[in-house]
Design a protein around this ligand. Sequence first.
Ligand SMILES: CC(C)(COP(=O)(O)OP(=O)(O)OC[C@H]1O[C@@H](n2cnc3c(N)ncnc32)[C@H](O)[C@@H]1OP(=O)(O)O)[C@@H](O)C(=O)NCCC(=O)NCCS
Length: 176
Amino acid sequence: MDAPAMVSFVTRNREHLAPYEPLRDAEYFTERFWAAHLQRSLARVEAGHDLPFILLDRDTPRSAIVGRCTFSEIVRGSFQAAYLGYSLDASHVGRGLMQEALSAAIAYAFDVLNLHRIMANHVPTNARSAQLLQRLGFQHEGVAKAYLRLAGEWRDHVLTALTNPRWRSGPPEDAP
Ligand SMILES: CC(C)(COP(=O)(O)OP(=O)(O)OC[C@H]1O[C@@H](n2cnc3c(N)ncnc32)[C@H](O)[C@@H]1OP(=O)(O)O)[C@@H](O)C(=O)NCCC(=O)NCCS
């Protein structure tokens, strides 16, 4: 998906996403920023570091982006793990769409990428995120103090993770 569609998504959802993201400057809402960011992102995908997905409406796939989810900081070797982040357009919340998208993305991460562990963390007040992760089977692992700087403040985070019951040993997955 291209830079204008990303600018539209982040601009439409500026207030909705602000509590869960770092402070954004004006540049973040420009096509110039997103063109450069998507280019860098592609390089990270090709290197196997990240795997971003966008969510599109099944009936109108050429219209706006309705959400995003990303596996990031993919580590191989003896960890075989990644972080998971996600956000949904404000007008699409409450319909089970992120659960559907993450179920498919996690199946890909486990069965195709053969990751062993997916970590997803949220601020304690993000009830929707907590419920979503619980429904997907993520296990509560603890609370990290002052874990991420969101909206300009260091925020405690609930740490959760899901492990892959179908993980397969053998090369190339567990090569160093
Ligand atoms: C976190 C976020 C993606 C959750 O969105 P969501 O729509 O609640 O997530 P789900 O896909 O699990 O949908 C669950 C809701 O859909 C409803 N729903 C409707 N049909 C459904 C179906 N077939 N299956 C499951 N849920 C369904 C559920 O009842 C629930 O709504 P409710 O809580 O009002 O009862 C969204 O709130 C968001 O983008 N927040 C801002 C960004 C953010 O917090 N990112 C994560 C930071 S950790």
